[in-house]
Ligand binder design. Structure first.
Ligand code: NAG
Ligand code: NAG
Length: 366
């Protein structure tokens, strides 16, 4: 082959390769929902400050490899509907929040009932269906649940802020209770996900893993809610390969919880590793592993097989309030199995809780 023929062949190949993706190497700018359809044809998408009209989803369906840059804050006008308020999908995405905010206008919805009654609230507020990275985004005042994550391939979410702290106070509709309710930080049913270096202040689970594998939750700060949860686990699901490490849990009902539904069947939860977590101001439990959900320490079911729940590596150091229980484990008949290494768990304060129907916990006494 002459050099000319080789060059020609290369050019033809390059053209074919370039022609394959539908998006072009341009920058699209979004300053209203009307701009979205054109902007997502580009592989760079900039988001300016604007308000999303009530009852509409800001939906970004991105081309593979797109970079998104937030350059202003996005506010969602209020309507009682199901949501979501924001949805992003695509593969190999780089999403840079640059510290900008998605404001859900939570106080206009909050009535102390979350998803259990009162007015309909958009939930989740944020639906993340990308692989790649999602970084430095702030969510302020979610109506109810914040993030639902279902990534198509590996995703790292980092340096995020969820600030629902205003929901701690009662309002005129919440009957003296915290106005914010069911404001889960991250609801996760997925594989290959890392959530790290983020700050969450809410009134429900900081993280809830409903199913999936290879999930890492590390160096996050959880304030005010129900702690870091595996569950609630329903029927026919598997959870495995979960690492919860280096998190700081402050003023939560419990720090670390596994909750499986008493009515669930044919599910497996295994290989859950906790290391280097710190908890203070824990109101009910330090660690709660309970197979009687939605009851707390009620009659357990035995349809979820639970094994290899380990506290290893750096010490997990939890301090519970004086009327709280340090550790409670409530297993169904024969459904907690194997040997669990709890050598890196230290819980102080309060009183010992019950450990029922399981004798496989080693290297720990309370
Ligand atoms: C447990 O999970 C970790 C983290 O995903 C993984 O590295 C390890 O191989 C798993 N262990 C077993 C026995 O599956
Ligand atoms: C499990 O514990 C409950 C108390 O929580 C007890 O009534 C039941 O008999 C136990 N079952 C087994 C199989 O140990």
């Amino acid at each position: 082959m002459s050099a000319f023929v080789r060059l020609a062949a290369l050019l033809v190949f390059a053209r074919v390769a370039l022609a394959a993706p539908s998006a072009t190497d341009c920058t699209g700018t979004i300053s209203s929902l009307d701009d979205v359809d054109d902007a997502v044809k580009c592989t760079t998408v900039n988001i300016n400050s604007f308000t999303v009209p009530a009852g509409e989803t800001f939906n970004l369906d991105l081309a593979t490899g797109t970079t998104v840059n937030m350059q202003g804050d996005v506010t969602f006008a209020v309507k009682n509907w199901d949501g979501p308020l924001f949805q992003v999908s695509g593969k190999s995405i780089t999403f840079n929040g640059n510290g900008h905010t998605f404001d859900g206008n939570g106080p206009s919805y909050w009535d102390g009932q979350g998803g259990n009654g009162g007015v309909t609230k958009p939930a989740p507020m944020m639906k993340i269906k990308i692989s790649g990275t999602y970084t430095n985004v702030k969510v302020l005042n979610s109506p109810a649940r914040v993030y639902s994550v279902s990534n198509p391939a590996a995703l790292t979410m980092s340096q995020l802020t969820i600030d629902d702290s205003a929901g701690d106070a009662p309002n005129s509709k919440s009957d003296g209770k915290a106005a914010g309710h069911n404001t889960d930080g991250f609801d996760v049913s997925t594989t290959d996900l890392t959530i790290e270096d983020s700050t969450i202040h809410n009134q429900d689970d900081c993280l809830a893993i409903n199913k999936g594998s290879n999930i890492v939750f590390q160096r996050n700060t959880c304030t005010g809610g129900h702690g870091i949860s595996v569950g609630s686990i329903d029927s026919d699901v598997t959870v495995s390969g979960i690492v919860i490490s280096g998190n700081t849990i402050t003023n939560n009902d419990q720090a670390l919880r596994i909750k499986t539904k008493s009515a669930a069947s044919s599910s497996t939860v295994t290989n859950i590793t906790y290391s280097g977590n710190t908890g203070t101001g824990l109101r009910q439990f330090g660690v709660l592993i309970d197979q009687s959900y939605p009851d707390t320490l009620g009659t357990p079911g035995s349809g979820v097989k639970l094994s290899a729940v380990n506290f290893v590596g750096a010490t997990n150091s939890l301090t519970v309030n004086s009327d709280a229980e340090r550790v409670a484990v409530n297993c169904g008949s024969g459904s907690c199995t194997g040997t669990w290494d709890w050598s890196a768990l230290k819980v102080t304060g309060g009183k010992a809780g019950p450990i029922t129907n399981f004798s496989g916990i080693k290297n720990f006494s309370q």
